[in-house]
Design a binder for this molecule. Sequence first.
Ligand SMILES: [Fe+2]
Length: 394
Amino acid sequence: MLPSYYEFINPVKIVSGNKAVDNIPYELNQLGVKRPMIVTDQGVVMAGLLKVVENAIADSELAIGAVYDTTPPDSSLEVVKEIAGIYRSNRCDSFIAIGGGSSMDTAKGVNIAITENSDDLSRFIGAEMLKNRLQPFVAIPTTAGTGSEVTSVAVISDTENNVKMPFTSHYLLPNVAILDPRMTLTLPPKLTAATAMDAMTHAIESFINLQKNPMSDAYATAAIKIIRENVVNAVKNGKDADTRLALANAATMAGIAFSNSMVGLVHSLGHATGGICHVPHGIAMSIFLPFGMEYNLEKARGVIGELLLPLGGSELFACTPKTSRAEAAIKIVRKLQTDLYSFCGLPMTLKDAGVPRNKLEQIAQAVMDDGALTFNPEAVNQADALRVLKMAYE
Ligand SMILES: [Fe+2]
């Protein structure tokens, strides 16, 4: 049944293919800019990926206005201020963000500071607080996971006050997302698995949560099928460009899905576990995903059952009775977990991920403050969260 009302937006131009990065000069020309600032991190530099982008620009009429290549894993207000100063003094006119979530979020934060000509980002915290179109922004993901290249969200840490500042605005959607298999070929197996499971969780949560709609469903189911078909091969044969490009596309599709339909309990658990015990986001997603699906079985049995089609294929879907499809879908996610554990050691339990048991109460408490719970089909209280955490522990 269709929702009585919904909105869906994705104005991001997707440029996908082998050597797609070489199209940057054309894309920036189209956007009418000439001095992009590159925002990236040392991991990208060490993997030789910054060079790929610099080479793409070298023979063009563009000039790289500045390069900031030391973005930390957690974006912060201080870093945003520092980069904004460099952007202004070098008279840059646009952004190229290369990396995972942090480089993208940081560059988005800088874009707010530049456009609004203010380093006080606190005025823009929350939903749709931006009133002006931002500077042109090209996103080049180097992990197939976060989906930041197509989301309207940025999270910047205020380290002084120890809080995360969330910004949501359609102006934060990049103009162009470039998916080039060269940018993920060197991603190590475990990181490949973890980021793919983050994308899988974006797709599955957006499909089962309360804000789902037919547009996001289409992106979510397409993403799930591609991830299911490619993730193990990407872990085993990292240099397979076709597989890498497939996963990059799936992560972007999952990003489009959850940017519109939001996520749920699995992300709430992951945010809290990451905040308190520093478990990497993708690993937390992989651990919690089947438990999150199980938790929602009663309220969302039908839609979870529908996931058997993209997860298990048409034959399995057709020969599984409707009443058993939800459990069968969860079983496939658990099998995927086991496979990824055996191929690259992706942790399957909180204990494996280094979470001390005595932190579970504190994590459960933090879950209750997470906004993603709003869209979860089943209501969640602190005791429920603790119960799921205990099940995921070992
Ligand atoms: Fe995520």
